[in-house]
Design a protein around this ligand. Sequence first.
Ligand SMILES: Nc1ncnc2c1ncn2[C@@H]1O[C@H](COP(=O)(O)OP(=O)(O)OP(=O)(O)O)[C@@H](O)[C@H]1O
Length: 248
Amino acid sequence: MEKKGIMVDVDHVTIRFNLANMKVDNFKEYCIRLLKKELMFQEFLAVKDVSFKVGRGEAWGIIGNNGSGKSTILKAISGIIKPYRGKVTVNGSIAPLIELGAGFDGNLTARENIFLNGCILGHSEKYMKEHFDEIVDFAELWDFLDSPIKNFSSGMKARLGFSVATSIRPDLLIVDEILSVGDIKFKKKCQDRIAEMRENGTTLLFVSHSMAEVQKLCTHAVWLDKGVMRMCGLADEVCGAYLEENGT
Ligand SMILES: Nc1ncnc2c1ncn2[C@@H]1O[C@H](COP(=O)(O)OP(=O)(O)OP(=O)(O)O)[C@@H](O)[C@H]1O
């Protein structure tokens, strides 16, 4: 049955990577091998013919073992990589929190990075100035505002990234495991903010290895296994089946 108000439509998506078959030591050797047509690649399908539709306001967990294609499918939904086959459609604004520190420049200070990241997410300087205090308050980083973020711990970077991305109230929030590096107190704050955003209609895509977290935050789930979709449906049922097979 066709769902009303589709936010994300992942339609028969296959994602291919080319894995180099040989080690090329420098750019000159790369060019010579390229010209001689001696560059050898092995085709690798990280995601194989995956389809699911996320309704507006729903929260979906993406689960599966290491290397099963969870981050890769989120990157395709965020538009960072293009599917080899199939199509992804997103009907609204996205705030992707995919790689820790993506969108940050380590040599710039936290203050400068807030503006840089806001700009990457499509917001004006005026908007970021208006939301600046709220972003720093939430990240609890007032004492480190003028330090370059290359000196930040992974938890501090996650706090800043989460705070900037969620200050903009996107239609779709994509969270890829970055919460796992935060401490318990910050994780709780993030979960509360996600819940508040969901109450206001934000759709959520969430990758986690914690079934308890997925069951708490998500209505639905997709289970990926070596790039193939094993199961798709209500979060409790999918997480239950995953836990049964993986013995925890
Ligand atoms: N840029 C890339 N080039 C080549 N292979 C890649 C690339 N990105 C991912 N892969 C491969 O695609 C597969 C899926 O990776 P992905 O990061 O999506 O897995 P994951 O389910 O998120 O894993 P994890 O739970 O460990 O984070 C892996 O085998 C990985 O090595």
